[in-house]
Design a protein around this ligand. Structure first.
Ligand SMILES: [Zn+2]
Length: 940
């Protein structure tokens, strides 16, 4: 079967008939769905394809449910993702070009032009668009845009003006991830692998050496300064003596570099760590003099490269000192369940050999957690501070420690000591990328810079957080398990640098040297889709799209006549734009991969909460899982990125869609296998042939039990599929429609010799139900069945269900199973004699009854009540529900009608008698034994 040929035909017809280009229809319900637009720094791959497919299936389904559906698409040109690729090509990076050739088949002469970022973006935008058409996404292309269109830039300026007016854009001092080469802030979409830099802060404690130099130790546990026995420095490491804000400090060269982005740093001297080993330094809190020891385990790339040693409470320190034979223990924290020296205790309990033992990691975690969560500072710590201070300073300090530190929980003491040291000038802070290394797209490792005078979106604003949480609470989130992730992201988000010095995009309105970055100009653009087509149709110029224009269109502010006059537009035209927005907004569903939860999707919530009134807040989010290809993560370096268009060429659009839909449920990760796609293609071809041949063979009229059953079974499957789609359980729905439905049709064909024309109704319904998943095949069948114009526009099937028929066939199936079991004992049997007890009311009572007594009082004869009760108890819930729904059931005529089917299934002759027919022979006593829905069976 030539899938591609059918697909192209229908794609052409959809486009010609403008099937997916909706306009507002007042009074008709709408469904507005979007998926995150891609960066065209390459064409879309099968991972994008999965997200967009889920959106497309939901869009198509809602069309069948009678909604006016808008599913648009745009392209994200903003920021560094495109620029970086273009720059590397311009610089002659062979790898980048080879990637493009291998993954997307980009011709050589095109590659050469891709040093120009706009050329590159436009090329991949066109290619991605082709791919999306090729796989049959029902996208309205009349609203397509890029984020550097002048109209879009006017829209983003307006958005930032609104945020500014609300005080949500703040200028100030704040640490950001920073590329030293590009000299600009970097966030998740500026880094390799889209890694969000996690910025943490070390506490620095200034130990003053006898040599007059400051040794700043970096620690996350500043309270342990009370138990320091020595410092550690890596003898092989590169160190520096540097002036930091005017004070001479010893720290690793690497630390001096990192710190230079946060403070004034001037390196005076470079040397190996070994030159400091053996010197003595004074603990600034206790006043004790302690030695500096060598430690190869000190990582000069972490913190300052100068480390405090607290052997009573840090397993690494204990193990290292034990290796040196220098153990001295100063306890400072008491924690229930441990003795004076938790680190020593744990190291000995775990049998840790030396400082290279890998289990030290676990030991450290255990002690850290125990002390942080349940530890208290010992009462005697106050007596140990200030040895070096003259009176009355010493007594004052001890008084402070006695009052605020001794006996306090560790978590409280930690913050107090830290704050006091900073105020006293004996401590400070140093920011660091905690999940390092994180690399800029240019390959440079990023650092933390403290920016002054930078613009931040203040996601830390408590009122903004509160509104965003309200929005989230009002929303539907699929899968539900993603909700806590959103909550956590809303909690931890703080100020976020919203502009860059380079890249494509919109300049900050009041400071045009800064370009609004890509995760900040992509938060409310769903609103822009609703109006851009109308803006173009009306010929409105970018400069007419002023603040007053957008205020009126999106917020209903101002007087239409006045605004129209002010911008030099027609009042009716202006109203039309507002009406179109009001019709489509709010957004009903937002689709994206789950990787965008901690950034884009949460920013989308924040910005809607800030800018739009409650009734225009978005209503739902679907965050889907990853896509693996043949069991592996896609990556450019492995060259296993599967371009969407190539996958369509290889398997066909419908086979690819059906494979993506059925391989995993929306929330799960999906492993795409070409073997699966090929077998799905075969399955779809079988469906096509089955439907076409059934329609051709349908040569008689009339509706008997088999037809009624097929119709009822189809109705029930389509009902279940609709319920699944309402829950965005795409896989479940696809299985009902593409697999269970096929099985039902095949069963029907087994029940009859010649199919009846009555089943054409079912075949047409099937075509519609399969349309969201395999739209081209559906249209082809729809046409073959004599329908016009498009299956895509047909209402969701509503077939009449006959529950009695469903019950009959369910019952017949059970009977066949039972008889097959009996047959194991009578392999030579040629004939089955079936006795039917027609008292359906009894079994209805038995399904409801809680015990046998209840059953007897409902009128069931005492001699059968016990057995009947057991029969009912063994039934599954589906069957019980069916029995309850069916009012009256003539078991005898149902089986009589299915006689051909029974005898064919069993491969033997079948005779059916009523159990109360006195003239029937009672073979083997089975006539008397028959119960309703549990026939008596005699084999001979
Ligand atoms: Zn860079």
């Amino acid at each position: 079967m030539d899938f591609r040929q059918i697909e192209e035909k229908w794609q052409r017809r959809w486009a010609e008939a403008r099937v997916f280009e909706p306009s507002p229809e007042p009074g008709r319900p709408k469904f507005f769905i979007t998926a995150a637009y891609p960066y065209p720094n390459g064409a879309i791959h099968i991972g994008h394809g999965r997200t967009y497919l889920i959106a497309d299936i939901m869009a198509r389904y809602h069309r069948h449910k009678g909604y006016n559906v808008l599913f648009p698409m745009g392209f994200h040109y903003t920021g560094t993702p495109i620029l970086t690729v273009a720059e590397s090509i311009a610089a002659g990076d062979v790898h980048a070009m080879e990637d493009f050739k291998a993954i997307y088949d980009v011709p050589e002469e095109e590659l050469r032009k891709m040093g120009d970022p706009l050329y590159l973006a436009n090329y991949f935008r066109e290619l991605s668009k082709q791919y999306m058409k090729k796989i049959g996404f029902s996208i309205d292309w009349t609203r397509e845009f890029t984020t550097i269109d002048p109209e879009y830039q006017q829209f983003i300026r307006w958005q930032f003006k609104k945020l500014y007016d609300k005080g949500l854009l703040v200028k100030g001092r704040h640490p950001v991830g920073w590329c030293p080469k590009h000299q600009m802030p970097v966030g998740a979409h500026d880094t390799k692998d889209d890694k969000e830099p996690d910025i943490g802060e070390w506490a620095l404690i200034y130990f003053e050496g006898e040599d007059g130099l400051i040794y700043p130790t970096a620690t996350l546990r500043p309270e342990t300064v009370l138990g320091v026995t020595n410092l550690w420095i890596n003898p092989e490491g590169d160190y520096a003596v540097a002036e930091v804000d005017g004070r001479k400090m010893v720290l690793s060269l690497d630390a001096a570099f990192k710190l230079s982005f946060q403070r004034k740093v001037k390196t005076v001297e470079r040397t190996k760590g070994s030159s400091f080993v053996g010197r003595r330094v004074r603990n600034p809190v206790t006043g004790e003099l302690v030695p500096i020891y060598p430690a190869p385990f000190v990582d000069v790339k972490t913190g300052t490269g100068v480390v405090m040693s607290v052997p009573a409470h840090a397993p690494y320190d204990y193990a290292a000192l034990r290796d040196l034979g220098e153990v001295k223990l100063i306890p400072l924290i008491s924690v229930e369940g441990y003795g004076e020296y938790p680190a020593k205790e744990v190291v000995e309990r775990m049998g840790i050999r030396d400082q290279r033992d890998a289990r030290l990691e676990d030991a450290t975690k255990e002690v850290y957690m125990a002390e942080f969560s349940r530890g208290y500072m010992r009462q005697d710590v106050a007596e140990r501070v200030g040895l070096h201070l003259p009176e009355p300073a010493r007594s004052l300090l001890r008084g402070f420690f006695a009052a605020f530190i001794a006996g306090r929980p560790v978590r409280e003491a930690r913050d107090r000591i830290r704050a006091w040291m900073e105020a006293a000038g004996i401590g400070g802070g140093m920011y660091e990328i905690m999940n390092k290394p994180v690399y800029c797209r240019c390959g440079t490792e990023i650092v933390v810079k403290v920016l002054e005078d930078q613009w931040f979106l203040n996601y830390g604003d408590p009122n903004w957080k509160r509104a965003t949480k309200e929005l989230l609470a009002s929303m539907r989130i699929v899968p539900d398990e993603a909700r806590p992730q959103f909550e956590a992201t809303i909690d931890w988000l703080d100020k976020r640098a919203c502009a860059r010095t380079r890249g494509l995009g919109t300049p900050l309105p009041w400071d045009p040297t800064w370009i609004i970055e890509s995760l900040s100009d992509s938060t409310i653009y769903m609103a822009y889709y609703t109006v851009i087509r109308r803006i173009r149709e009306l010929g409105l110029k970018p400069e007419q799209l002023t603040e007053a224009f957008w205020d009126y269109v999106f917020l209903g502010r101002g007087d239409a006549a006045e605004v129209a006059r002010a911008i030099g537009a027609d009042e009716k035209a202006l109203r039309a734009v507002r009406e179109e927005f009001s019709y489509w907004y709010p957004l009903d569903l937002r689709n994206s991969g789950k990787d965008l939860i901690p950034n884009h999707l949460t920013f989308f919530l924040f910005n809607h909460a800030a800018i739009f009134p409650r009734e225009l807040w978005p209503r739902g989010i679907v965050a889907n899982g990853w896509v693996l290809v043949e069991g592996e993560k896609m990556s450019k370096s492995k060259r296993n990125v599967l371009a969407l268009g190539k996958a369509v060429d290889q398997f066909g659009a419908d086979p690819l869609r059906a494979t993506l839909a059925t391989s995993a449920e929306v929330d799960q990760d999906l492993d795409f296998r070409s073997s699966a796609a090929r077998s799905v293609a075969k399955h779809l071809e079988d469906i096509y042939n089955l439907v076409v041949s059934t329609a051709e063979r349908a040569a008689r009229d009339g509706e008997g039990l088999p037809e009624m059953w097929l119709r009822s079974e189809a109705a029930s499957l389509m009902e279940k599929a609709a319920r699944a789609l309402d829950q965005v359980s795409v896989r479940q729905a696809a299985v009902y429609v593409l697999y269970d439905m096929r099985r039902a049709l095949e069963r029907y064909l087994e029940m009859v010799d010649v199919p009846s024309r009555a089943v054409l109704e079912v075949l047409k319904a099937w075509a519609v139900a399969m349309e969201p998943f395999v739209p081209h095949l559906a249209e082809e069948l729809w046409e073959r069945l004599g329908e016009r114009p498009f299956a895509a526009k047909a209402p969701w099937p509503r077939l009449a269900v006959d529950r009695r028929t469903l019950l009959a066939v369910r019952y017949a199936d059970r009977l066949v199973e039972d008889i097959a079991g009996l047959r194991e004992l009578r392999k030579d049997a040629k004939r089955a004699v079936i006795y039917v007890n027609n008292n359906f009311a009894w079994i209805k009572a038995a399904v409801k009854a809680r015990d046998v007594r209840e059953l007897i009082s409902a009128g069931v004869p005492g001699e059968v009540a016990k057995r009947l009760f057991d029969v009912a108890r063994q039934m599954d819930d589906d069957l019980k529900a069916l029995i309850e729904e069916v009012e009256d059931f003539d078991e005898y005529s149902a089986l009589a009608e299915l006689k051909t089917f029974l005898s064919r299934e069993l491969g033997m002759e079948v005779d059916i008698y009523r159990a109360d027919d006195g003239k029937a022979p009672d073979l083997g006593g089975k006539r008397r034994a028959a119960l309703p829905l549990r026939a008596g069976v005699y084999l001979e």
